[in-house]
Design a protein around this ligand. Sequence first.
Ligand code: NAD
Length: 248
Amino acid sequence: MNLGIDGRRAAVAAASRGLGFATAAALAGEGVQVAICGRDRTRIEDAAARIGNGCVPLVADVADAEGATAFIEAANQVLGGVDILVANAGGPPAGDFAGIDDLSAYAEAFELNCLSTIAMCKAAVPAMQQRHWGRVVAITSIAVRQPIAGLILSNTARAGVTGFLKTLAREVAADGVTVNSLQPGLHDTERLQDLHGDASSLGASVPTGFIGAADDFGAVAAFVCSESAKYLTGAAIPVDGGVYAGLL
Ligand code: NAD
């Protein structure tokens, strides 16, 4: 299937590995000009080389609004504009209500997983509106639908950003800009290993019977960025092998 985005320009945040990397690779495979960022120069250059197709590595830390804005400004410069924004960052530390006494941990999680996405949208979306074409895809978590025990920081921040994205989607829909989020469940990345150690037994808890591959996630993300997906906006889409059991 031709996604119809050949020649579009994408900024994919936090993409030296995992779901961001896989999304950047899927977009590059569709002929999109991609700029990716990570905090470490060697790792992000290595990732860009593995993606190929002219992928541009940029060093940026999207843990706060300043770094997130700087990434989009740099991507704008090297690509000549950003048509597709994939807002992503690492996940905050694990912990529960009783175990997290320092409230600054909540503020940091909010900056990492909510404010940085807002900042990237602020830096990228107005120009998309002017060009009457744009795609915003934010990588959040299935925790938005069903909070995950022991991840109270993530659960809190991602619910907030989902409210922002839904509001933005309706505001910019008439300008040809779609805004959606993807909610990963269990995917075979370093984040999963950090949280669960050996994750091989987790597949049994997923209706499909296996943990998702990052590439499968990337393929879904690329479709959401496609020309064909122009009527898909304001959606928060689980990509979780059927783990989430609710109707809506
Ligand atoms: P990962 O930890 O495997 O990869 C994260 C990537 O982001 C790495 O390349 C890392 O270097 C980069 N990164 C982290 N913090 C950054 C920062 N401040 N600035 C720039 N780059 C940064 O994570 P992943 O599994 O690819 O997950 C991506 C997002 O999806 C995370 O927010 C994660 O919490 C969330 N998520 C993942 C899963 C899963 O099963 N993998 C499930 C639910 C939610």
